[in-house]
Design a protein around this ligand. Structure first.
Ligand SMILES: CSC[C@H]1O[C@H](OP(=O)(O)O)[C@H](O)[C@@H]1O
Length: 339
């Protein structure tokens, strides 16, 4: 995949996207032609990553607008599109980007489907420039907090070009640091149960020829205790007004371990991941996913039949454990604010 090529695009009639479930062994393309196709792609994580699912949701509204708003349908088509938009926005509850992106393109609905498509296209281009600005700020935030000449960075889940329309958030920052010769090694949490780290982040780092090793999630704290980690960089799905952060399950444990070892814990996420209507992260709706993601892998059952599972897809890290939250607008240090 070309560095600047987003993992999803509009081909003039439909959405074309990499099926992230097939990576790293197969670059399978999906062509999404209906709203139900988009919802299925988002709920199955064929398309995943907060910014990417937002852009997919926006393009899903485009599909609906062309399906329901041919000339002469007037506002009757609009209600059908709004109903589709509500279904798209609720496909996954935790990442605020999905509802934000759907709401934004809906503002163009009464101008017609071409206007909705134009707005979605602007958002894809914006994500590219937002990534660049965010990464520039995040590189400085890391270097300001890490005196080491070359860094050993731990990251969780996948926050690169598969999760955004461009270079990515936390992983985009890691790639920029590596390009500047500042990275000794990246330690990649495999990120159970769907292995976004082992399958996707390792794939992106290998493509970029950045030294890395994968570890089981439960090895991260031990790596910190062994001095193998100088900085932790992660993304976000929803950030509250006071800086509590919802992110992939396992992030909270990393923040606790990093605080214990005095290691900078930095969140990199666009402004579209902030939800300032909430203050307390405990009010964030956490997506619970099917038990079979935990009780099986690759179609092979790993537990006895009948075993139930606890499978939240995200957890919440309180602002007090976060060294810095970086967006395209700059660096926010919640732990200083809430100390
Ligand atoms: C820049 S991606 C942000 C965020 O989204 C991921 O979740 P998922 O793989 O379930 O879509 C993960 O939490 C990333 O940190």
């Amino acid at each position: 995949m070309h560095p600047d090529q987003p993992s999803l695009r509009w081909d003039g009639e439909a959405i074309v996207t990499l099926d992230q479930r097939a990576l790293p062994h197969e670059r399978r393309l999906l062509r999404l032609t209906t709203v139900d196709d988009v919802i299925a792609a988002i709920t199955t994580l064929a398309v995943r990553g907060a910014p990417s699912i937002g852009l997919a949701g926006a393009l899903g509204v485009v599909l609906s607008a062309y399906a329901h708003c041919s000339p002469g349908t007037g506002d009757t088509g609009w209600e059908a599109v709004r109903a589709d938009a509500r279904r798209l926005a609720s496909a996954r509850p935790t990442a605020v980007n999905l509802a934000w992106a759907v709401d934004r393109v809906l503002t163009k609905l009464t101008d017609g489907p071409d206007a909705v498509l134009a707005e979605a296209t602007v958002m894809i281009d914006e994500d590219r420039s937002v990534n660049r600005q965010m990464v520039d700020h995040a590189v400085r935030a890391v270097l300001d907090r890490c005196p080491q000449r070359s860094l050993r960075i731990l990251t969780h889940c996948n926050t690169g070009r598969l999760a955004t329309a461009a270079v990515g958030t936390a992983l985009g920052t890691i790639l920029a640091l590596a390009e500047a010769g500042k990275v000794t090694e990246v330690l990649v949490d495999e990120t159970r149960p769907l292995l976004q780290g082992a399958r996707l982040t390792a794939w992106e780092l290998a493509e970029a020829d950045v030294p890395h090793r994968v570890c089981v999630d439960s090895a991260a704290a031990a790596a910190m205790s062994q001095g193998l980690v100088d900085c932790v960089l992660v993304g976000a799905d929803r950030i509250t007004a006071r800086g509590d952060v919802a992110n992939k399950i396992g992030t909270y444990a990393l923040a606790i371990a990093a605080a214990h070892h005095g290691i900078p814990f930095i969140v990199v996420a666009p402004e579209s991941s902030w939800d300032r209507s909430l203050a307390d992260g405990r009010d964030i709706v956490i997506e619970e996913r099917d038990a079979d993601e935990v009780t099986s892998y690759g179609g092979i059952r790993t537990t006895p039949l009948g075993t139930r599972a606890y499978n939240p897809a995200f957890d919440v890290t309180p602002a007090s454990l976060i060294s810095a939250i970086v967006s395209e607008h700059g660096v926010h240090s919640p732990s200083e604010v809430t100390a």
